[in-house]
Design a protein around this ligand. Structure first.
Ligand code: AP5
Length: 213
């Protein structure tokens, strides 16, 4: 099964994708994670995209389509979860072509609906484990009291450079301008399902489970 998690910054796409990886053996393809990895390892592409990401703008379609195309060549296990991709109509068309070319299809697009005010809170309280990437939140999913990641025991936690009010404003603007048209695009194709992303993490996971069966 191949699915897209579609939603604004901080909607909980990464959080739910990690659960699906654990529960269903799916492969998470997060273009945001891939780009951050390229930055950390200092590749020429990583250097090229750094400022764009910090401002909250979108990286070029060519770069992210190239990243996804590379990953689709690998093991597909229980299917792919596209997290943060596609984000433009051009990326959506490209994904369709890439899957067609491999004799595969897209099964479901899950739109996660979350109010803008909640997004600000989620993004400003987020931290991630520096070792395994597990996502935490200052109030809704705090780092365990012993200071160790509950998944891998790591003790270093990071905050993202783009998780600030100014960048979030731009990220939301880009979402509504460039990504929200995908809701109609996938609705027309019969792929779209909507979940209420405002509930607690377990409640959202249950809704997604009900959609996927
Ligand atoms: P990316 O990394 O994809 O960021 P994003 O889409 O802005 O999404 P986030 O990772 O911020 O949020 P999320 O929905 O995964 O939420 P999370 O689960 O972490 O992209 C970053 C940048 O890279 C972009 O701005 C762009 O520059 C570039 N980029 C990436 N892909 C691109 C593409 N395809 N094209 C062009 N450019 C691209 O949760 C957030 C917080 O909320 C956490 O603290 C979590 O614990 C908490 N939380 C989660 N669920 C709940 C819940 N139900 N209740 C309460 N708290 C919750």
């Amino acid at each position: 099964m191949n699915i897209i998690l579609l939603g604004p910054p901080g909607a909980g796409k990464g959080t739910q994708a990690r659960r699906l990886v654990d529960e269903r053996g799916m492969i998470q393809l997060s273009t945001g994670d891939m780009l951050r990895e390229a930055r950390t390892s200092g590749t020429p592409m990583g250097k090229q995209v750094a400022a764009v990401m910090d401002r909250g703008e979108l990286v070029t379609d060519e770069i992210v389509i190239g990243l996804i195309a590379e990953k689709l060549d690998g093991d597909k296990a229980g299917g792919f979860i596209f997290d943060g991709f596609p984000r433009t109509l051009k990326q959506a068309d490209a994904l369709g072509q890439l899957l067609d070319g491999r004799g595969e299809k897209l099964d479901v697009v899950i739109e996660m609906q979350v109010d803008d005010e909640a997004l600000v809170d989620r993004v400003s309280g987020r931290s991630t484990c520096g070792s395994c990437g597990e996502v935490y939140h200052d109030t809704t999913k705090p780092i365990p009291a012993d200071g160790k990641c509950s998944v891998c025991g790591g003790t270093e936690f990071k905050r993202r450079a783009d998780d600030n009010a100014e960048s979030l404003k731009t990220r939301l603007f880009e979402y509504y301008k460039q990504t929200s048209p995908l809701i109609g695009y996938y609705y027309a194709k019969g792929h779209l399902r909507t979940v209420d992303g405002m509930g607690e993490i377990d409640a959202v996971a249950a809704e997604i489970k009900a959609v996927l069966g």
